[in-house]
Design a protein around this ligand. Structure first.
Ligand code: TYM
Length: 338
């Protein structure tokens, strides 16, 4: 539960570690826009410091950070309504991240499934940053006293850890200083799956490009990927219960529901009984109509990177009006001589 004394503020972030996927868009960015437009104070972040927990070519990182900023703006994040930043320009994230590294326990970190997935069998050879990542993520959120964090399903465990860190800090220092953040994991597309395998998450790191829709894909590519998406031979059911054992069908229906902003039941009332041969072109048409304006606006924004840099510099100034006092107070609580 959010402590009532904290005024609502939304924070979320995305790694600039490669192209944006439909999973990022539906699971995160689309909902960032909704929360912004609902009038909540919102801070959205390109988490460049997180990205370097695995190797990033420096010029790719710069390009990807600007392209992600363009993706945010093209999707409807307004720099007039939201604070839009890249993490490294707001040094308080990393500073609070260190303090939280001293609050979090090794055992907590060792339970993180994302670390286990990313490290695989290679735990001795991955960066220390990859292991400590969730402490920095907690700092990203709590350095704003953010109360609400919209994310996809895969970030749930990290947000539970953020709550544990806030609770332990408050307890150890006898304060009620950090809010206990609410994860906001809602809607039909909290876990968009691979188009090639309904049991795997759609991910920018999947070796198969056909497994995902990239926000920069053109209309033909999107249509082709949907046409080739894995399905089963049956017709679509008329009720959501009929999707329970059909991961690929469920995924395509969820994508349709999220893109068209309708409940799954309404979609199935419309398309139940159809074969995939009829449904896939509908989905492709919907996806193209929603995504093409975003990708062409991204391309337009990327033609003027200096303007993107100005937006991010201004965002960083606005952000620091919030983060500097919170970090100062944290240092004071911890006992640092200032
Ligand atoms: P990242 O960069 O992996 O993903 C960014 C956001 O996109 C969501 N997402 C998905 N949602 C639905 N279906 C999918 N297939 C899919 N793939 C990705 C993610 O859940 C996420 O919301 N650790 C975070 C970044 C981060 C952060 C933060 C987030 C750093 N600090 C503070 C929130 C608050 C990450 O790696 O997300």
């Amino acid at each position: 539960m959010t402590t009532p004394t904290f005024t609502p503020r939304v924070f979320s972030g995305i790694q600039p570690s490669g192209g944006l996927t439909l999973g990022n868009y539906l699971g995160a960015i689309k909902r960032f826009v909704q929360m912004q437009d609902a009038g909540m104070p919102t801070v959205y972040c390109m988490v460049d410091l997180h990205a370097i927990t695995v190797w990033q070519d420096p010029s790719d990182l710069q390009h990807n950070t600007r392209e992600l900023a363009a993706g945010f703006i093209a999707s409807g994040i307004s720099p007039e309504k939201s604070i839009l930043i890249n993490q490294s320009q707001v040094p308080e994230h990393a500073q609070l991240g260190w303090i939280f590294s001293c609050v979090a326990r090794m055992g907590w970190m060792q339970r993180m499934t994302q670390f286990k997935d990313k490290a695989g069998k290679n735990t001795q050879n991955v960066s220390l940053g990859l292991f400590g990542y969730p402490a920095l993520m907690a700092a990203d959120i709590l350095v704003y006293h953010a109360t609400h964090v919209p994310v996809g399903e895969d970030q749930k465990q990290h947000l539970e850890l953020t709550r544990d860190i806030a609770t332990k800090f408050n307890h150890d220092y006898g304060v009620d200083f950090f809010p206990i953040t609410e994860p906001v994991i809602e809607g039909a597309a909290t876990r968009v799956m691979s188009l090639r395998d309904g049991s795997k998450k759609m991910s920018k790191s999947d070796p198969s490009d056909a497994s995902r829709i990239n926000m920069t894909d053109d209309a033909d590519t999107i249509a082709k990927k949907i046409r080739k998406a894995k399905t089963d031979p049956d017709a679509l059911p008329s009720e959501a219960a009929g999707l329970s054992e059909r991961p690929e069908a469920r995924n395509l229906i969820n994508i349709y529901a999220a893109l068209s902003e309708q409940p799954v039941d309404d979609v199935l009332r419309e398309v139940g009984g159809q074969q995939f041969g009829a449904f896939k072109p509908l989905l492709a048409e919907l996806a193209v109509s929603k995504l093409s304006p975003i990708s062409s606006e991204m391309a337009r924004l990327m033609a003027d990177p200096a303007e993107i840099d100005r937006i991010l510099a201004r965002g960083a100034r606005q952000a620091r009006e919030i983060t500097v006092p919170i970090l100062e107070k944290t240092y004071e609580i911890v006992g640092m001589v200032r």
